[in-house]
Design a protein around this ligand. Sequence first.
Ligand code: MN
Length: 487
Amino acid sequence: MSYKFWFMVGSQHLYGAEVLKEVAEHGNIMAKGLNSDEIIPFEVVFKGVATTPEEIKKVCVEANGDSECAGVISWMHTFSPSKMWIGGLSILNKPYLHLNTQFNRNIPFDTIDMNFMNTNQSAHGDREHGFITARLRMKRKVICGYWEDKAFRRRIGGWMRSAAGALFSRSLKVMRLGDNMRYVAVTEGDKIQAEKDFGWSVNTYGVGGFAELVNNASDAETNEKIEEYRSRYAFNTNNIEAVRYQAKLETALEQMLTEGGFDAYTDTFEDLYGLMQLPGLATQNLMSKGYGFGAEGDWKTAALAAVMRAMSQGLDNGLSFIEDYTYHFELGNEAVLGAHMLEISPAIAADRPRIEVHPLGIGGKADPARLVFEGKKGDALLTTIVDMGGRFRLISHDIHAIAPLKKMPNLPVASVMWRPEPDMITGNEAWILCGGTHHSVISYDLTAEHMRDFAEIMGIEFIHINKNTTIPELRDKLALSDIIWRG
Ligand code: MN
């Protein structure tokens, strides 16, 4: 989807037409500079120099009504008296980024005079703007730096991803096939609160209707999927019929998702009415195409995966649904094995995934075809969302994915092994103290800053477990959170 970010440069009429012309030129050059840098993922649209309360309010009203506008970026080139901004900012409902930068990198020591000072006042103009946004209690991001610097642009690009995720989230539809797994607590949640806080429309559809579509999938559609599987994956099975059944499942799922405008879905092994296999390969292939998925009816993780995928537009290091599967407690070599019984996206595979057919052990259906692979190595982020009753908590955890400590020839699932920050013991304790799920989304592209900005835009609590996390501090933070974020 194409998201746009509106860029307003603040000034006033006090300095005369010549100065305003120069300010507009600088704003234009800056917008062009940002747009020509691939680190900026979405288009910056320069909306001119704002000099009166009426102009500012007009841009804010238009931004609110523009379906492609994912956020507003401002910068005060000169001093822009901030009472002019109250009317517009009070009604703005798009994410807001305030840049503190300057057109010139260095002070022109030999030539600097009072004219230069009048034109280049962001050092104090942005402070005036910072006050009014603080005074209005605005949710906002502030980024300081020189506009041509990579580090500065990378942070702007990062915030844009969070804001784009927020806009995507506001129109996300999630399809549920069956309820969540019986008696499970953490996959429960308030779907009305979720629609209010995130915009997620979560609704259920009959598994029987889905089964009918599966049975009606044509040979031509099935053959087409098999060809696709052959081009992407290695066949490590003679049970082609089982693979063909997954092709039919994927065809039917794709049809329902497309027709309903869904970007995420769930199913559950406890409700497979009329189906021969639990979707495995079918769901794995769909996840790699961008659909969010949550197993056992976990609609929160399904929706979160779709949002994080939207935030990752143009990045391709991979993202998947994952589950904390089992621990390795060898002293000094502790690690977590993440996997699921089937549904891990091949987007995070280190090598070409293999299609295999094995018994599932639960669900009482035929052996499902699935992709088997080892996950990529590298820094990654685990993120989950829990319903605390009247409010949601978003939790992100820094981890390092590693090569499996040893081969696991008898475990026929896709898996990733990782070491959590700050160490496995503290990291696991922290996650469990937060109430974090066994399900989460693993991303090799997004960082905690992306998720923190997303949480702020959506108005929900955010916890980041990282190399500096200590349990006593976390416990204090969680106790405070219950006061700050009471539902
Ligand atoms: Mn699970």
